[in-house]
Ligand binder design. Structure first.
Ligand code: ADP
Ligand code: MG
Length: 692
């Protein structure tokens, strides 16, 4: 709800609002004065000048003074309030998609207002949607107005007042010695804080707005330093825990060697390198915490299997956790074919197996009859009790929350008291260097470079939706040549039900359009048995076209599929598109990925499709994704390491990251008191992160 014009929380009695306002502050994480001080502006508004309407351009945020010419409620395409205003230089449209009668009253023709907002180019020229309207002729502020992150019903003025109050209470003494601050060419902390909260007219407005002002640099440095220090502390904490040392044996008859000999291929040099890195980690008596990254199709599964073999040979159980049932099942089938011939007990556990099968599985896991356990999130449920879990492998780790991963590793801790399992996480979303240095500073990273030999690059085509019929006849043609197709239905973020409906409709339409082919359908609502039977039919070629929702996004491996059609590709994220495209190009046939899109494209959608067209390199794609979206989204914003960064921007601040890393190392060695002081300022209330 928008507050009524003229009413502000300040006018309600203080006693009445105290606790309500308190709650709103809490929602923003603002508990003690220190929190308010570090609650820095999201952006600044330049209200120091009045622009002329003629000088406005789309995308600008602007302030004008103008007279209302007309105002009316329109009903098409939906109910909305529209107005036109005029100054000496021209006219501008205003629009409210929801509004109060009082707002309509305000916009009486002939009245003058000061009007602020984002200018955009609409159908009929420039407009401002939901402008801020204030009285004209009032004095203009002399400097930029900070705009703080806030929450529903907490106004900027009351937030600002609380912050200014806190500034008077808190010591802003520098955590770093003056000599170091000077050597690094940084601004003093107190000056930086005051500058950001209350800029003065002489300050470089552009630099403040763009976060390049020395005051921002100082804050970003402090934040990144705190992050580096806490990650290092987390690493120390981990190193102080004990794990079983799972050294490999040299015997040519060990499980790894026997598995390698049974494979129809030989490992690439890059795979051998990462297998060795993992092997050395496993041999240590503190927990491994390693990320195995490699592009889609680079062959991470066999690397995981080899790590599992080393661990099992050394006497412990291994759990492999996948984010979806399809993927868990696929791992299960592959691992079964690899390890059962070696006489290893393997079992699988997901949320949807029958109670009887579940009971047997749980029993086998508890007694240790099962050595290799594969499953979904069900694995981390309370009731699962391991005999001696020594290694946890998490596939496609970006799909899991940090919390889930922690639970699984703590499971081992709880069950076994004196030692914790090693952890290997795998990801096909390569992490750009800057991110690896910060978020994953606590993590060892192994990377499989390139793909196994014999792959043909995928040809990517961008095709407008209107050419759907052509694509369908292309599918028919490639089926005659014995090739198979994935047809991925559009992502409907608002509603899973709608997404499902689209998939069902598409399935029906394609079945009709391609009567001579078998068209299958797989989506998240199918039971495990149904899903696996469809996937099996597709793998065996009984189905030529598989209509799917994004459930096939991660990990599915059907080498004979060589055509991938993605409908409404503009709705997908870059990482997702790359994952999907990675489902083809796995066999010998040359493969095609058709990205169908619907005009008009937003700028970001256009850039994403361009990136897909221009490159197939997962690292390049991840870097562009980072540039387009920022790191929060890339890793899932709930992942704590990135959520921790409120001010620094990993995509653009790599220089500061580097400096912070160096200083962190030095401080940890020589100045533990400074480390403590700095973490106290930046990490209070975020201890949950330190424990990970
Ligand atoms: P991802 O890294 O995406 O998980 P997978 O482990 O599913 O990839 O491997 C993709 C395919 O490549 C599988 O069919 C796998 O058996 C095969 N593969 C893995 N390593 C090699 C290799 N060195 N040579 C040939 N094929 C390989
Ligand atoms: Mg995989």
């Amino acid at each position: 709800m928008q507050p009524k014009p003229g009413s502000s929380p300040a006018k309600v009695s203080a006693a009445q609002t105290g606790s309500v306002v308190q709650q709103k502050f809490e929602r923003l994480g603002l508990r003690n004065p220190q929190d308010f001080v570090l609650h820095l502006p999201l952006r600044y508004e330049d209200e120091t000048a009045i622009a002329s309407i003629a000088s406005l351009r789309g995308g600008m945020s602007a302030q004008i003074e103008a007279e209302v010419i007309d105002c009316e409620v329109k009903y098409k395409p939906r109910r909305q309030l529209t107005a036109s205003v005029r100054d000496d230089s021209g006219e501008l449209a205003l629009r409210w998609l929801t509004f109060y009668p009082s707002q309509q009253q305000q916009m009486k023709p002939g009245r003058r207002w000061r009007i602020r907002g984002e200018v955009r180019s609409g159908f009929n020229g420039l407009e401002i949607i939901h402008p801020k309207i204030t009285a004209p002729h009032s004095p203009l502020p002399a400097s930029l107005t900070p705009v703080y992150p806030t929450t529903d019903g907490l106004s900027q003025p009351s937030l600002r007042k609380a912050i200014l109050h806190a500034l008077g209470q808190v010591s802003l003494v520098d955590t770093l010695p003056a000599t170091l601050v000077k050597k690094l060419g940084l601004l003093a902390f107190d000056i930086a804080i005051h500058t950001l909260h209350s800029p003065t007219p002489d300050m470089d407005a552009q630099a403040l707005i763009e976060h390049t002002h020395p005051a921002w640099i100082r804050i970003k440095f402090d934040e990144l330093l705190a992050q580096q220090l806490s990650l290092a502390a987390a690493r120390d904490a981990r190193r102080s825990k004990r794990s079983r040392a799972l050294a490999s044996t040299d015997s040519p008859e060990n499980l790894c060697q026997r598995l390698l000999r049974s494979l129809p291929f030989t490992l690439t040099d890059s795979q051998i390198k990462v297998v060795n890195e993992i092997s050395l980690d496993l041999a240590r008596d503190y927990p491994m915490y390693r990320l195995l990254q490699g592009d889609v199709g680079s062959g991470k599964t066999i690397v995981a299997a080899l790590a599992a073999m080393q661990a099992i040979e050394a006497g412990v159980q291994v759990a492999i956790m996948a984010p979806t049932e399809i993927l868990a099942q696929q791992h299960y089938q592959k691992m079964q074919s690899w390890v059962e011939p070696l006489g290893i007990g393997i079992c699988w556990l997901t949320g949807s197996i029958s109670p009887r099968a579940r009971k047997i599985a749980l029993e086998d896991i508890r007694t240790g009859k099962a050595r290799l356990i594969i499953g979904t999130q069900a694995l981390i449920q309370e009731t699962v009790e391991f005999e001696n879990l020594g290694l946890v492998i998490v596939d496609e780790q970006h799909r899991f929350g940090v919390g889930q991963r922690l639970l699984l590793s703590r499971k081992g801790e709880a069950d076994l008291q004196d030692w914790v399992p090693h952890q290997l996480t795998m990801s096909a979303t390569p992490i750009p260097r800057t991110l690896a240095m910060t978020f994953y500073a606590d993590l060892e990273v192994s990377t499989i470079e390139g793909l196994p030999p014999g792959r043909t690059p995928v040809l990517t085509k961008l095709v407008a939706n209107s050419r759907r019929d052509e694509i369908i006849s292309h599918i028919a043609q490639s089926a005659i040549n014995g090739q198979q197709t994935y047809w991925v239905c559009p992502l409907v973020e608002e509603s899973e039900a709608l997404e499902l409906q689209t998939a069902v409709d598409t399935h029906q339409a394609l079945t009709q359009a391609l009567p001579e082919l078998n068209v299958g359908l797989v989506h998240g609502r199918l039971s495990t048995a149904e899903k696996s039977s469809v996937m099996k039919d597709f793998r065996e070629g009984l189905i030529q076209v598989l209509v799917a929702t994004t459930v096939i996004e991660v990990g599915v491996d059907v080498p004979n599929a060589s055509l991938m059609v993605i409908e409404h590709a503009e709705r997908f994220g870059l990482a997702q598109l790359h994952q999907l495209r990675g489902r083809v190009g796995r066999g010998h046939a040359s493969s095609v990925c058709v990205l169908m899109f619907q005009h008009p494209l937003s700028m970001i959608a256009r850039e994403r499709l361009r990136a897909m067209y221009e490159t197939q390199d997962g690292f390049e794609i991840a870097q562009r994704d980072l540039d387009l979206r920022g790191p929060g989204e890339l890793l899932g914003s709930r992942q704590s390491g990135v959520a921790l960064l409120r001010f620094a921007d990993l995509a653009h601040d790599s220089e500061i990251v580097r400096a912070a890393r160096e200083v962190a190392t030095d401080l940890r060695l020589h100045h533990p008191d400074i480390v403590e002081r700095h973490l106290e300022r930046w990490m209070r209330g975020r201890e949950d992160f330190l424990r990970s």
